[in-house]
Design a protein around this ligand. Structure first.
Ligand SMILES: CC(=O)SCCNC(=O)CCNC(=O)[C@H](O)C(C)(C)COP(=O)(O)OP(=O)(O)OC[C@H]1O[C@@H](n2cnc3c(N)ncnc32)[C@H](O)[C@@H]1OP(=O)(O)O
Ligand SMILES: CC(C)C(=O)C(=O)O
Length: 514
């Protein structure tokens, strides 16, 4: 059975999804879970792109020991220097450097001749070899590049020291047959290709990212790049859970497997969805709510007689479990801690006590605490930043059919000062947001507002995602509560805190005086 390496770029290409903006705590949580999932490489970010990205790549590289951590760099010394500074403390520092090779990109974007692009690629790989034990080189927009040119540049970068060659389908243009053939061509024409591992990186613009990745494996590729839940730039990247489970279920056909602990897939997918705010469509393969639901009579009859009639993947394989022990207001610390461990979290005693209190408060209001509820409590508590500028202390909303909705809110700032305001709106949420805007003293536009329930039932938690803008600054936030208005207010405050926590937005902090 051929071993396929999994290169996870959820924290780099995944974070390039429009509207996604993860903070340091969230990135660390996702990186830990990717380590549990057993990916081979975590691409933690693009260190030269911002101080925030640099810090998160550095902390992830310093923390993760179970797999290799990498960061992206353009073909420039300054990008490579930043990547080395961020990655050098890691267990297996690895650089991912790239330059575009297609005529369109070289002419219009880079404004460089093909010879200049070769010279730049070779120089960057040689320069990086002074620091990094492993260098991955990517030919951006490879699937729209001239094959003779690709052959030439790849030979040169291998001679310069690259050990992994990645052939991205950057704009999701290739078809499985075409994309696969590129790898066969390179294996037949690049004289030193046997020195490197070939890698595939596919985008989903035409909905073929996973098929293209699997075709690449059929043509000798030993590394697949992608993201959890398929998030990423534009229509996203190849969904890693789909690739890994396809290889597992169709071992007879692909004769290849990954090291992934498939039972960690559901947990990883939930965490990424929660922290990025990218909701998983119910019909999404492998991890969608309906992926294991049989709706019609003939199917149900078949499944009752013999599961395999309509079920090719068992829910347990990917970590979808039905739990027999119900947690509620009569549960104690033992059952609570036990379920936390089952959910894959390790907490210090002090953290268990803190979250147990929140759990009891919720259990007083809600009959049964589901795994989704617990996960929400855990994630909220673990990623809450101590540096938050504002806390929501109290809120009240008055609404009636013949009355103008009015909200009164008390916020507490970092210095413990309380700010109280009231305002009206055409609806309750607008009244809340107008009041919060007054409290904070910044003109804020609400660009997106989404609400969903966590779990089922009338007493399910409400989860709200918002995207806000102040002048050129953008941010998103998440809030959960049993009441939709409280969840809405929390999401807004969370988005404001994130806006103010970015180093580049320091001027804003001065403006609001916190
Ligand atoms: C296919 C991909 O996903 S590639 C990764 C894409 N990810 C990102 O871009 C996210 C992070 N990016 C950023 O934060 C910013 O774009 C930065 C910090 C990297 C650069 O910002 P700026 O200096 O303002 O440049 P800007 O983004 O406007 O333009 C990119 C520049 O890099 C150049 N460039 C692009 N790719 C490469 C490369 N591989 N090697 C060298 N230069 C490159 C472009 O030609 C352009 O140069 P120019 O300014 O001389 O025209
Ligand atoms: C940097 C490369 C690998 C990339 O993200 C792409 O081409 O899509």
């Amino acid at each position: 059975m051929q071993k396929i390496n999994i290169f996870d770029t959820t924290l780099r290409d995944g974070e390039q999804s429009a509207g996604v903006n993860l903070n340091l705590h969230e990135k660390l949580e996702i990186a830990k879970q990717l380590e549990r999932l057993n990916v081979d490489v975590i691409e933690a970010g693009f260190p030269a792109s911002s101080e925030g990205d640099f810090q998160s790549v550095k902390q992830i590289a310093d923390m993760i020991k179970g797999c290799s951590v990498t960061g992206l760099a353009r073909s420039t010394k300054s990008d490579i220097d930043a990547a080395w500074e961020a990655l050098k403390g890691g267990a297996e520092p690895r650089l991912h450097t790239f330059i575009a090779t297609s005529p369109i990109h070289m002419t219009y974007k880079l404004k460089q001749s093909p010879d200049q692009v070769i010279a730049s690629a070779v120089e960057s790989v040689k320069y990086a070899s002074k620091f990094f034990p492993i260098i991955q080189w990517s030919a951006e927009d490879a699937s729209r590049s001239d094959l003779a040119f690709l052959t030439k540049i790849i030979k040169e970068v291998i001679d310069a020291g690259a050990r992994v060659i990645n052939i991205p389908d950057t704009v999701g243009y290739g078809t499985p047959e075409e994309y696969g053939k590129i790898f066969t061509y390179l294996q037949e024409n690049v004289p030193n290709i046997d020195k490197v591992i070939l890698s595939a990186h596919c985008h989903d613009d035409l909905g073929m990212a996973v098929s293209n990745s699997l075709a690449a494996i059929e043509h000798g590729v030993l590394q697949i790049e992608g993201t959890i839940n398929g998030i990423g730039e534009r229509a996203g990247n190849a969904s890693l859970e789909e690739v890994a489970v396809a290889l597992h279920i169709r071992q007879d056909y692909y004769k290849a497997k990954t090291r992934l602990r498939l039972g960690e897939i559901k947990r990883t997918s939930d965490l990424v969805s929660k922290l990025t705010g990218m909701i998983i469509p119910p019909n999404k393969a492998i991890i969608g709510k309906n992926a294991f639901a049989h709706e019609s009579g003939i199917h149900q009859d078949g499944v009752l007689k013999e599961k395999t009639t309509y079920e090719i993947i068992s829910p347990e394989l990917v970590g979808v479990k039905s739990n027999s022990m119900v947690l509620g207001k009569h549960s104690g610390r033992h059952a609570f801690r036990n379920r936390i461990i089952e959910l894959g979290y390790t907490l210090e005693d002090e953290e268990v006590n803190r979250i147990f209190k929140l759990f009891k408060t919720l259990a007083d209001k809600k009959k049964e605490i589901t795994d989704d509820d617990l996960l929400t409590l855990l994630v909220d508590e673990k990623v809450t930043s101590l540096e938050d500028s504002y806390q929501l202390t109290a809120m009240q909303v008055q609404y009636g059919t013949n009355q103008i909705p009015t909200a009164t809110i008390t916020l507490t700032d970092r210095d413990g000062k309380q700010i109280q305001e009231a305002a009206t709106g055409s609806g309750s949420v607008e009244a809340l947001y107008n009041t919060l805007e007054r409290c904070i003293g910044l003109q804020i536009t609400l660009e997106d507002y989404r609400i969903q329930s966590v779990g089922a039932g009338r007493d399910a938690l409400a989860e709200v995602y918002v995207k806000i803008r102040h002048e050129k600054y953008e941010s998103s936030g998440r809030g959960t509560a049993q009441d939709v208005l409280e969840a809405s207010a929390k999401a807004y405050v969370n988005a404001v805190n994130r806006l103010l926590s970015l180093e580049k937005n320091k001027r804003l902090l001065e403006k609001v005086g916190v």
